[in-house]
Design a protein around this ligand. Sequence first.
Ligand code: 5CA
Ligand code: ZN
Length: 407
Amino acid sequence: MRSWSAPKVPRLPGVGAPLRLFDTAAGEVGPTQPGPTARLYVCGITPYDATHLGHANTYLAFDLVNRLWRDAGHEVHFTQNATDVDDPLLERAEQTGQDWRELAEREIELFRTDMEALRILPPREYVGVTEVIDQVAELIELLRDKGATYDLDGDVYFDVAAAPKFGAVSGYSEERMLDLFGQRGGDPDRAGKKHPLDWLLWRAERPGEPSWPSPFGQGRPGWHIECTAIALANLGSGFDVAGGGSDLIFPHHECGAHEGHVAGGEWPFAKAYVHAGMVALDGEKMSKSKGNLVFVSRLRQETDPMAIRLALLAHHYRSDWEWTADQMASAEVRLARWRSAVGLPAGPEAETVLAELRARMTDDLDAPGALAVVDAWADRALAGGGTDPGAPALVRDIVDALLGVEL
Ligand code: 5CA
Ligand code: ZN
């Protein structure tokens, strides 16, 4: 599918340090070690409703990864999917009497405009699952040939017993896995499965549901296998970062990692599994199924998207936090101060701002720390300190390149 258009990223003097990130599988912060081209896969939306602030927060986190890698001199190969056929999408289309394809297309288009407004760098490949059903089916065939699948009344399951390292991504106990599996699209209680955690790879056609031909009969892909297939086809296995919100740790990234491992023999499937925290509203995780949402498209009607970006950056990407309207007001104040400061004819020297911002951001994306660095410079500049005529323009470029905020 069409991706979205890219904002310009200014080149900064010198080269940034290697990016360190918290890897869920390792349970600690460690250096990312990409080759000349860093490879990034970020799970995309299930397009049955508009982009909310929780989505925006997650995509912003990986946009920072992208920007910090570029600043360190890497090219970035970024791939993203859109889950344009799945149960929640089909259910919403059915409830509202819409065609599921039209619903998906409309919400994907709105997502593109939200991402552009927030200045999220676009993926090189933006892939709808319905575009790659054959690739997904080929991957399932490969898993079948390795003896990792079985048939249950026409549905094809991954046999968890074929994944010797199962649990290595999440580190969760079996009890917790079972609990989350049931909550997040799995079917632990289905009769006839060999193990409750076995997951669906191919779902045989049900009446009234879309389906495609495959070596396993008419049907459609299960959820996890889509991302494994799209990541493998575009990035290959052993790519640098697999990303998403923390609700994807289990089962989605866990199952995907073992699909990739069993199919390709390489472990780990992604070198690091990186997860953004959950944004809540009124005490509960923002989610399309609960309906407690603040939409980016709605917020953009009354607010500068750069203030939205700043409001999100005020939280560390890994923390869970709650959205409140006053955060927007403080972000607007900060944006205005920064704009005034970079509009001055001179300011305090900015090389240390660059060094400090790089230090904060390469240390597991400490955006709140980075904002404090820019705040301090802006305070000094607005108080009349500093005589460097090049400083305001350099700060403008630093904030643009590393934080994605256009002043
Ligand atoms: N299509 C799948 C991934 S393959 C999916 O999870 N779609 S989604 O639309 O439900 O979520 C899209 C992304 O936003 C995922 O990375 C998810 O982890 C993240 N996300 C969803 N809700 C929130 C939230 N409340 N806070 C932060 N991130 C969220
Ligand atoms: Zn995914």
